[in-house]
Design a protein around this ligand. Structure first.
Ligand code: SAH
Length: 390
């Protein structure tokens, strides 16, 4: 298949229906962008003009994180791929048009190696066997690859030879981790991990900053468009230097760290997930930043306490999950009254609800709305909005 956006054939993936991952594949890429533009406008054009969505030049193989489930069929053949939507049946996949091509090659190679190393696949019903899943993450800027083998049992026969063979074939694999998941669960990763090779993490570079990626840490899955999205967020914030910045719902600290590198005076990040906060602290250190701190906790609670203590940040970035923000957060934000609010959202519907609350209950006005296509061929939409006081 050719990799230019003009050449996409509608529904050209052979497992389009069974996989269900790419809901918009029946449309050409141009039609997908038009569909997303219309959806964002439906919810958000009541606030201000919606800028044209920024699509990808090459909307393929953008996923830097790829997962595959393993099973042996009745004829003793090993298959790897994704779960058929809504079931526990596996749809065999060797290559996928949105996944990183190197990650796909690694998964197929591991599958072929299993037999010669006499390794079995895990049987969920009998709760027996070895390999359950593979998770591959690749830093697009660094070309460092992490291979995570999720196994049902801890014993890994001929482990060293296996690691030697796979890293010889793919020298870009910088670390191999065994994650043990013996539970009856839909979660891919279990609690116990052993580093078999390398440091147990890889690094990537985003907007000129270094980020550590470990098996469990959250990292945006489309780094090319993430740079576009964060670039817009930083542009909207118009940092001149010495501003006090809050990065709320900060994950592993990406936006705050990039802001701290781009002229913010001091940054505070707030995030609920403990592991993400640990990664954020590491990331700040890796970038030699002394002007950024992180708090673990609910963003709404943090904002309430901070507003009662009369904190006056200049810029607040907010990037809540799909459900959007809550009243506690939004009313405290109004009380704090920062000059600039940059709202990043993966759900235009909850973004509209929150923008409505902010513009109805204060003098904030929405000045810019920019959708970015982070997930081509799927129905997901990311939008960044700028609010300032009129
Ligand atoms: N800004 C980050 C992460 C955005 S995803 C990035 O661009 O990578 C949304 C984040 O909000 C997740 O990390 C999630 O753990 C966090 N979160 C969810 N509910 C929260 C809450 N009530 N308070 C603070 N953080 C929350």
């Amino acid at each position: 298949m050719s990799n230019t956006k003009d050449n996409i054939k509608r529904g050209s993936c052979p497992v389009y229906k069974k996989c269900g991952g790419c809901q918009l594949q029946n449309l050409t890429y141009q039609e997908q962008l038009a569909f997303k533009q219309k959806k964002v406008s439906k919810f958000l054009s009541q606030f201000c003009k919606v800028q044209p969505i920024i699509g990808m030049e090459n909307p393929f193989h953008y996923r830097n994180k790829v997962q595959a489930a393993f099973r042996t069929d009745r004829n003793g053949r090993i298959i790897s791929g994704v779960y058929q939507s809504g079931t526990h049946r596996i749809v065999g996949i060797d290559e996928c048009m949105i996944e990183d091509a190197i990650a796909d090659k690694i998964i197929v190679t591991v599958r072929k190696m299993l037999k010669s190393f006499k390794l079995t696949t895990y049987d969920e019903d009998a709760q027996r066997g070895f390999l359950r899943h593979i998770l591959v993450k690749r830093g697009f800027a660094t070309n460092e690859v992490m291979l995570v083998l999720v196994t049902g049992t801890p014993v890994f026969p001929s482990k060293n030879n296996f690691v030697k063979a796979i890293t010889k074939e793919f020298p870009e694999i910088k670390t191999v981790v065994q994650n043990i998941n013996p539970y009856r669960t839909n979660l891919v990763l279990g609690d116990v991990q052993k580093i078999l090779y390398g440091k147990g993490y890889i690094e990537d570079i985003l907007c000129g900053c270094k980020f550590r990626i470990s098996p469990k840490s959250f990292y945006q899955i489309n780094p090319i468009q993430t740079e576009v999205l964060y670039g817009k967020a930083i542009e909207f914030a118009k940092l001149k230097g010495n501003e006090t910045v809050l990065d709320t719902y900060c994950g592993i600290g990406t936006i705050g760290i990039i802001a701290a590198k781009n002229g913010a005076g001091s940054v505070i990040g707030v995030e609920l997930n403990k592991d993400a906060v640990k990664d954020a602290v590491q990331n700040a250190r890796a970038n030699d930043l002394k002007n950024i701190r992180f708090y673990q906790g609910d963003a709404g609670e943090f904002m309430e306490v901070a507003s009662e203590e009369d904190e006056k940040p200049d810029v607040v970035f907010m990037d809540p999950p799909r459900a959007g923000s809550d009243k506690k957060f939004l009313s405290s934000l109004i009380k704090m009254s920062p000059k600039t609010v940059v709202y990043i959202s993966c759900n235009p519907e909850t973004m509209a609800r929150d923008l409505y609350y902010l513009t109805q209950n204060s003098t904030y006005k929405v000045k810019k709305i920019q959708p970015v296509d982070m997930f081509p061929h799927t129905s997901h939409i990311e939008t960044v909005a700028l609010l300032t006081k009129s």
